[in-house]
Design a protein around this ligand. Sequence first.
Ligand code: SF4
Length: 335
Amino acid sequence: MDLLEILKHVPENNQLIATSIVLTRSKLKHYKKVLCSISGGSDSDILLDLCQKLDGSDRITYAFFDTGLEFAATKEHIGFLEQKYNIQIEWVKAEKPVPLCCQTYGQPFLSKQVSEWIERLQRHNFGWEDEPFEALYKKYPRCKAALRWWCNDFARSGKGKESSFNIAYNRFLKEFMIENPPTFRISNKCCHYAKKMSAGRFRENGNFDLNMYGVRKAEGGARRTAYKSCFSQGKGNCDEFRPIFWYVSDTKAVYEKYYHIEHSRCYREYGLKRTGCAGCPFGKNFEEELVAMWQYEPRLLVAVNSIFRDTYEYTRAYRKFVMSRKNEENNGDIK
Ligand code: SF4
């Protein structure tokens, strides 16, 4: 469709939507081989719809990276998108799927960064001692950065805010771990092997010069802070473009309504707010996902409960610990 024609019909004259259309069109003209990552999530639905409106969309390779722990509803939605837009979405299997990674390296706990530090400490048979950095560094001389995390040795921000590199960033985590040292291996390697590596290989092998994906600044979390704008120059030959980076929830709602975007059953039926690896322990709402699985995808529930058994138990115990410490704090029992 002609650009002017599309812009004439931009819903509610929404500037963010208009800008995303203009920018995406210009990128499609400028780059020769474009990869567009499709996750089956709501943001990626909008991204795909946006791309399909523009000339040059036939030069896009769409790819779905299957981590090995996807909702059946997500997979089904990928098929729906193929039919709706009459396109092919390449189905890329993980280098190592999440279940295998967890078995081999350990289970993710709390966040990518926290899992990384714990994994390093475990590699050095750390005893979870509550001692000053200098003493611990003598005992574990090859584990400096992780010990700094454990000892809250990284400087606070100018505003006095706790550094996200310190364990104190997660309230009472240190106290909890001292009382309850982990008895299972913790690792964030599944993110590396099941997500990052598969996407990286596919990108390199395909000689793409632009990778587009549906990240929004307003969605929060580590992904938001990792990017400052909608475009970044890639380390290799492949640049990165996030067409809907500036969309806020309202923009999304306007787009969805006007262009009749239909999301996967994860949203429509299960009531989930976001998708991705099913039951990922990093998710604040993983318990809600488990309830949805229990109701709609019971076999998946059995699988995730087995893959993430230890980390679920540990996370629940930590959350309970935080709750009771906060209560004590409110009652004036902790200074
Ligand atoms: S999102 Fe969660 S389950 Fe998926 S690869 Fe990363 S840590 Fe593993």
